[in-house]
Design a protein around this ligand. Structure first.
Ligand code: NDP
Length: 244
């Protein structure tokens, strides 16, 4: 029995892997940084948990299939998939090249679809869970149009899959974080400063902090995994930023 966390090696994914790892074996997926994945596995094992790292680029459907096959060989049943892997390439709309657009959509939206599709029959067997890590950018837009579009797409995917999987007891929900302290957020903040972007002004007056700790997102994943009655929801975890 295991939970799969895509992009589980760093940032929010690492916090999710460690939190889930307290109770369930974890498959820690990563794309390129094997040492970060090894560190996450070691941290889970040091706390008495069980985990393996698996390299797979979720934007590649063959890799997604490989990820699920390895997870099944290693642990048998899959009780949850957390589609956390994501990238952003902030740029003005005129500057977004087709390849850049495709890579963001391919990772954030298609990747979540490919992994969930590969795990679908396993999830039906366990009446498991799917959690999408989307973004406040998917509800209100953000500085990267490809990113916002990919995350809004995840919300549609969440609701479609909740309908389709519901009869088999599979829960499908999304968490839409505001800014979270990770490498990705550093990239976004640098970009905002470089273009003197004004749209985020006043955040500090509404939020306890500009960016939250990744643990806040990990706790929210655990809440969804432990609550059998939430279905097809987009859970905003952003300190009230959606009301700005
Ligand atoms: P980080 O950049 O810190 O970490 C990204 C993780 O995703 C890494 O483990 C990386 O692996 C993995 N990854 C990236 N591309 C792929 C791929 N194609 N296949 C498999 N794994 C991949 O990001 P965050 O932790 O900040 O973000 C995690 C999720 O949360 C993303 O979906 C992001 O959009 C979302 N989010 C983040 C917010 C923030 O402020 N940080 C706010 C709202 C949402 P590797 O290192 O090996 O490349």
């Amino acid at each position: 029995m295991a939970v799969i966390v895509t992009g589980g090696s760093r940032g929010i994914g690492r916090a999710i892997s460690e939190e889930v790892g307290e109770t369930t074996p974890v498959v820690v997926n990563y794309r390129s940084d094997a040492s970060a994945a090894a560190e996450t596995v070691a941290a889970i094992e040091a706390d008495g948990g069980d985990a393996v790292s698996v390299q797979a680029d979720v934007s590649n459907p063959d890799d997604a299939t490989k990820l699920i096959s390895i997870a099944r060989e290693e642990y048998g049943e899959i009780t949850a998939v957390v589609n956390n892997a994501g990238i952003t390439r902030p740029a003005q709309v005129e500057e977004i090249e087709p390849a850049q657009w495709q890579s963001v959509i391919g990772t954030n939206l298609s990747g979540a679809f490919y992994v969930t599709q590969a795990a679908a029959s396993a999830l039906r067997e366990t009446s498991g869970d799917v959690v999408m890590i989307s973004s406040i950018g998917g509800t209100g837009g953000t500085v990267d149009a490809s990113y916002a579009a990919s995350k809004a797409g995840l919300h549609g995917l969440t609701r479609a899959l909740a309908r389709e999987f519901g009869d088999d007891g599979v829960q499908v929900n999304a968490i839409a974080p505001g800014p979270v302290e990770t490498d990705m957020n550093d990239v976004i903040v640098k970009y905002l400063e470089s273009v003197n972007f004004k749209g985020h002004e006043g955040i500090g007056t509404h939020l306890p902090e500009y960016a939250c700790n990744p643990d806040a997102i990990a706790h929210s994943v655990r809440y969804l995994l432990e609550n059998p009655y939430v279905q097809g929801e987009i859970l905003c975890v952003n300190g009230g930023m959606q009301f700005r």
